[in-house]
Design a protein around this ligand. Structure first.
Ligand SMILES: Nc1ncnc2c1ncn2[C@@H]1O[C@H](COP(=O)(O)OP(=O)(O)OP(=O)(O)O)[C@@H](O)[C@H]1O
Ligand SMILES: [Mg+2]
Length: 560
C-alpha cells in the first residue's frame, strides 16, 4: 500500500469525491491504530480484503480486546467511504503467501464519521461500498460501543458483547417479537436460564404484557413466582369442550387406517349432536364440531348409545362401543381430571382466556403452563389447544384493541417435528400456522429446542431472530447455518466453540449479529434446572426411608 502512493491518493479522492476536503478519510482516522490491510474485491456476497499477518500479530498485544481480536474470524474491521465508516465482519481467512492473509467479509452497516475519526449513528445496511485498494482498519472498543449503542426503540439488555467486558448487548423487543424468535443450543448450555432472563427483562419493560409459556418439565414455576401466574394439572382446568374435532380425535380414537376413519365419522356425528344439544348452542346460529361451546359428556355418551341402538346388526356396533369405552375411561381416569371432569361443564371460556392470556395482567404478564403432570398421550393435544386458543383469540379479537400475545414453547422439536408421521398432527399444524401467519394477527412465537435439525423444515426460517448457544452436533449446526442471514456467517464458526451462557444473536432483534455473554441471573429468577452435583450429593446420606416412602406415594397418586 505504502509503495503505491499515487493509487492510495487516487482512491482516497475517489472515495470522497463529493465530500468536503476536511473529511479526507484515511489520514483523519484514529492515528494510534495502524491499517491492517486493504480491500481487494467488492462483489456482493463475497467481498475480500488482504491483511498483513505481521500487523495482525502485533495487534494481538493491544490492551483493547476489540483491537486484539483484529482479523480473526467473527471479528469486525472498518473502512472509510466518504464521510461514513463501514463496518464489516470477517467470515473466512486463508493464507495468501507473502506474509498476507485473504479474508472474505460481510458488510454489516455504516456509521457517520466525525472530523476526529469517531463513529456515530450506526445503522444496518450499506449505501456506498469502498473501492478496491481502500485501507482496512481495526475496530476499537469505542467503535463497537457506538455500533451497539441501543437507540431509543424499546429494548432489553441481556448481557455483554464479546470480546469486550462492558458493552451491553440488547434485543429490540418489537422486531424480535413481531417476527418470532428461536433459542437453540445443546443440553446444558443455558437455554432455559437465558429464556428466563429474556422474559424477566421483557416483563420488567412491559408489566402489562401477555406471555404464555409452555413448560414441559415444570422448570419455570421456580423462576416466575413473583411475576407469573402458575398453572399445572391441579389448577389449569382446561375444559374438554374447548378441543376442536381434530383434537377430540387425537384423544378419543384408538385405531388406525380405515377403521379410524369410520370411528372419526361416528365421533363427528355424535359430537355435533352433543354440542347442539347444549344450552349455549341455542343462542348461537351455526354450531359445528369445532365450535368451542360446552356440551355434557353424559350427552355424548347417551347419543353414542342411542346411535348404537339404531343399528340392527351386532357387528356394526364395535366402533360405537370403542368410542364409548374410551369416553368412560377418560372420565374415570384421575390423571385426566384437569380436562375431562364433569365439573368443567360450565361456560368458563371467557374467564379461562382472561386468566391464561393475562387479560388484564395485573402486573403478572406471564402464564407458566406446567404440562409435566399431563399424561404423555395427551400432552401434544393440550399444547395444541393452548396454541390454538392463542391464535383463534387473536383472529376473533381483530376488531378490538389489539393485545399481542407471545407464545413460548420449550422442547419445540417435540411439537413440530421433522417426521411428518409422528403423532400430534394438530399441534404441529397450529404451531406451523402461527409461525407463518402469527405476525399479521399479533401472535408471536418463541421456540426453544436443543435439536434444531429435528424441527420441521421451514419453521426455523420463519423465526426472524435466532439466538444460538453452543451446538455440538454437525447436523444442528448446518440447520442453523441455513436459517441465519448471510451477514452472520462469520459468527457461525464460533457456534461449536461458544462457552456455556454465551450465544450468537442475529436477525431482526439486533442491529448487527452479535456474540453475547448472558448476564448472571439472580438465583431466584432461574428455572429449576440446575446441574446436579454428583460429587457433593454422593457424600450425603440420611432419611432414605422417608424419601422413598414419599416418592412412592406421589408416584402412585400422580402428584396428589
Ligand atoms: N445466565 C445465567 N446465570 C446463571 N446461571 C446460568 C446462566 N445460564 C446458565 N446457567 C446455569 O447453567 C446450567 C444449565 O442451564 P440450563 O438449564 O438453562 O440449560 P439448558 O440449555 O436449558 O439445558 P437443557 O437443554 O437440558 O434444558 C444451570 O445450572 C444454570 O443455573
Ligand atoms: Mg432447558
Amino acid at each position: 500500500m505504502d509503495d503505491q502512493p499515487n493509487l492510495r491518493q487516487f482512491i482516497d479522492e475517489m472515495s470522497s469525491f463529493d465530500e468536503e476536503p476536511a473529511a479526507r478519510p484515511v489520514r483523519a482516522a484514529a492515528p494510534e491504530l495502524p491499517p491492517i490491510g486493504q480491500v481487494v474485491e467488492i462483489a456482493g456476497s463475497s467481498s475480500q480484503i488482504r491483511m498483513k499477518t505481521e500487523t495482525l500479530l502485533e495487534m494481538q498485544q493491544n490492551p483493547d480486546p476489540a483491537v486484539a481480536m483484529s482479523g480473526q474470524v467473527g471479528s469486525q474491521v472498518k473502512m472509510v467511504v466518504g464521510t461514513n465508516w463501514l463496518i464489516a465482519n470477517v467470515r473466512t481467512l486463508a493464507a495468501a503467501g507473502d506474509g498476507e492473509v485473504v479474508a472474505e467479509i460481510d458488510f454489516l452497516g455504516e456509521g457517520s464519521r466525525s472530523s476526529n475519526g469517531t463513529m456515530s449513528n450506526f445503522r444496518r445496511g450499506v449505501t456506498r461500498y469502498p473501492i478496491p485498494g481502500s485501507t482496512v482498519l481495526p475496530v476499537s472498543t469505542d467503535d463497537l460501543r457506538s455500533v451497539f449503542a441501543a437507540d431509543d426503540s424499546p429494548h432489553v439488555e441481556i448481557g455483554t458483547v464479546y470480546p469486550t467486558d462492558d458493552i451491553r448487548g440488547a434485543l429490540y423487543v418489537d422486531p424480535m417479537l413481531s417476527k418470532h424468535f428461536a433459542i437453540l443450543g445443546s443440553t446444558g448450555t443455558g437455554k432455559s436460564t437465558s429464556v428466563s432472563l429474556i422474559l424477566h427483562r421483557i416483563s420488567q419493560l412491559s408489566p402489562e404484557g401477555h406471555i404464555v409459556m409452555i413448560d414441559p418439565h415444570g422448570e419455570y414455576s421456580a423462576a416466575f413466582k413473583s411475576c407469573g401466574e402458575l398453572f399445572n394439572v391441579d389448577n389449569l382446568q382446561l375444559p374438554y369442550w374447548l378441543l376442536n374435532f381434530e383434537e377430540h380425535c387425537e384423544v378419543m380414537l384408538t385405531t388406525d387406517g380405515a377403521e379410524r376413519q369410520r370411528d372419526a365419522d361416528i365421533l363427528a356425528k355424535c359430537l355435533l349432536a352433543a354440542r347442539t344439544k347444549g344450552k349455549a348452542a341455542e343462542s348461537l346460529g351455526k354450531v359445528t364440531v369445532d365450535s368451542p361451546i360446552p356440551y355434557l359428556l353424559t350427552d355424548l355418551n347417551q347419543i353414542l348409545v342411542a346411535e348404537m341402538g339404531k343399528l340392527d346388526r351386532a357387528g356394526d356396533t364395535t366402533p360405537y362401543q370403542r368410542l364409548k369405552n374410551k369416553l368412560d375411561e377418560l372420565r374415570a381416569d384421575p390423571r385426566y381430571t384437569f380436562m375431562f371432569s364433569g365439573m368443567l361443564v360450565s361456560d368458563t371460556m371467557g374467564s379461562f382466556i382472561g386468566k391464561l392470556f393475562r387479560l388484564p395482567a395485573h402486573g403478572k404478564p406471564i402464564s407458566i403452563v406446567d404440562v409435566s403432570g399431563v399424561p404423555s398421550e395427551v400432552t401434544s393435544v393440550v399444547v395444541s389447544v393452548l396454541a390454538r386458543m392463542v391464535f383463534d383469540y387473536a383472529i376473533w379479537s381483530r376488531t378490538e384493541a389489539q393485545r399481542p400475545i407471545l407464545l413460548v414453547c420449550e422442547e419445540a422439536h417435540r411439537y413440530v417435528p421433522k417426521d411428518e408421521n409422528s403423532g400430534g398432527q394438530a399441534v404441529r399444524k397450529i404451531l406451523e400456522r402461527i409461525a407463518k401467519e402469527g405476525r399479521k394477527y399479533g401472535v408471536s412465537l418463541g421456540l426453544i429446542t436443543q435439536r434444531p435439525s429435528d424441527l420441521a423444515e421451514g419453521v426455523l426460517s420463519q423465526c426472524g431472530t435466532i439466538i444460538s448457544m453452543r451446538l455440538n452436533n454437525d447436523r444442528d449446526q448446518a440447520c442453523v447455518r441455513a436459517a441465519m442471514p448471510e451477514g452472520a456467517r462469520g459468527f457461525l464458526d464460533a457456534i461449536p466453540a461458544l462457552r456455556n451462557r454465551e450465544c450468537i444473536v442475529c436477525g431482526e432483534g439486533v442491529a448487527i449479529p452479535i456474540r453475547v455473554r448472558f448476564d448472571d441471573l439472580e438465583p431466584e429468577k432461574r428455572p429449576a434446572s440446575s446441574d446436579p452435583s454428583f460429587a457433593a450429593s454422593w457424600r450425603e446420606t440420611g432419611d432414605e426411608e422417608g424419601i422413598i416412602t414419599r416418592t412412592v406415594k406421589r408416584w402412585r397418586g400422580h402428584g396428589r
